[in-house]
Design a protein around this ligand. Structure first.
Ligand code: NAP
Length: 319
């Protein structure tokens, strides 16, 4: 089969399109023919060497959607031919065939396309965990999705809107603003404008924001503390460097700063995440938006694209 292989850490050029042996499923494993593969920013960090202990060579990626090709004898949650999406893999998702543990394979409703299926796990899983498991978001609260035009942000807007929160999104482009509105944001502001924090405070009638889902904490955390409501919760989803904050801003309104990693989810939390995603897909409140699709062989271009500003939903590879 063809797969992307990383033999040494470095820039996008280290993503090599190569012939590798087809994997075979063990007792509790599932082999999937990938039809679409999700590209997430974390794969660019790992490719660059953010985790020097990561074994080389490796095939990047956790997210794909496709059909079940073969299953081990002990697999009970899917059958050959089922449409599925993944939440982790054994062999990496940037490949034609993807080997997974059965627990990381989830049925994909008929009405959801394979590219949309490949956009579920990291974006929607992260948004769900941030909003409901870390922030304990409830109907009637206000949430600021700070970065509402990308994969996690659009997912968070859709999840929050469906759950009855008032949703404020920020974006960096007019196109991104349209997407955030279509996804369900009640208010959208431009995070490149100097006065957008004042606009957010006005939108909350001076109350402040109950929950902030933060995609770029190294830029925004200090400012977030100044617009949080009493007992506000700031969820650190993304951060690309250090940040200085005035801790007194957290004291003033009993604000919590809560970090999160999707990979830290317990088995029980993972079950809740994927049940929540499935329910939203079935009732039509969740609708992944695909911005760009690249052939698998052009994974390097996808890695360049996913780090550019002007996000518009999700970037996908097609094997
Ligand atoms: P993405 O699709 O590339 O989206 C990035 C988002 O950040 C866009 O909405 C972008 O808006 C926004 N952004 C850019 N500048 C910003 C600023 N100054 N303030 C606020 N937002 C800004 O990436 P993604 O997949 O949604 O991931 C978002 C972040 O979360 C990444 O850093 C990723 O590594 C991280 N992440 C963490 C976890 C976890 O487990 N903790 C899981 C998934 C992702 P414009 O382009 O419109 O400016």
């Amino acid at each position: 089969m063809k797969a992307i292989c990383v033999h040494k850490f470095g820039g996008p050029e280290v993503l090599k399109y190569e012939e590798v042996p087809n994997p075979m499923p063990g007792l509790n494993q599932v082999l999937i023919r990938a039809r679409a593969i999700g590209v997430n920013p974390v794969e660019t960090y790992l490719r660059s060497g953010s985790n020097p202990k990561l074994p080389l060579p490796n095939t990047p990626g956790k997210d794909c959607a496709g059909e079940v090709l073969a299953i081990g004898n002990a697999v009970a949650n899917c059958q050959i031919g089922d449409r599925v999406y993944t939440s982790d893999t054994v062999t990496g998702s940037y490949a034609e065939f993807v080997l997974c543990e059965a627990a990381d394979v989830h049925l994909l409703p008929e009405k959801i396309s394979f590219p949309q299926g490949a956009a579920l796990n990291v974006p929607y899983g992260t948004a769900y965990r941030a909003l409901f498991q870390r922030a304990q978001g409830k109907a009637g609260e206000t949430v600021l999705v700070h970065g509402a035009s990308g994969g996690v942000g659009t997912a968070a807007v859709q999840l929050a809107r469906a759950a009855g929160l008032t949703v404020i999104g920020t974006v960096g482009t007019a196109k991104g603003a349209e997407l955030a509105k279509q996804s369900g944001a009640h208010f959208v502001f431009d995070h490149t404008k100097p006065d957008y924090l004042a606009d957010i405070m006005m939108a909350t009638h001076g109350h402040g924001v109950d929950i902030i889902l933060e995609m770029l904490s190294n830029v925004n955390l200090g400012k977030d503390l100044t617009i949080a409501a009493m007992n506000g919760r700031i969820i650190v989803i993304g951060s690309r460097g250090k940040v200085e904050i005035d801790a007194r801003d957290a004291m003033k309104r009993d604000v919590d700063i809560r970090g999160m990693m999707l990979a830290n989810s317990s088995e029980k939390e993972k079950t809740a995440i994927h049940a929540g995603i499935l329910a939203g897909l079935e009732n039509g409140t969740l609708n992944p938006v695909i911005s760009q699709q690249f052939p698998l062989a052009e994974a390097a271009k996808a890695h360049e694209a996913v780090l550019k500003s002007g996000a518009y939903g999700k970037i996908i590879l097609l094997p």
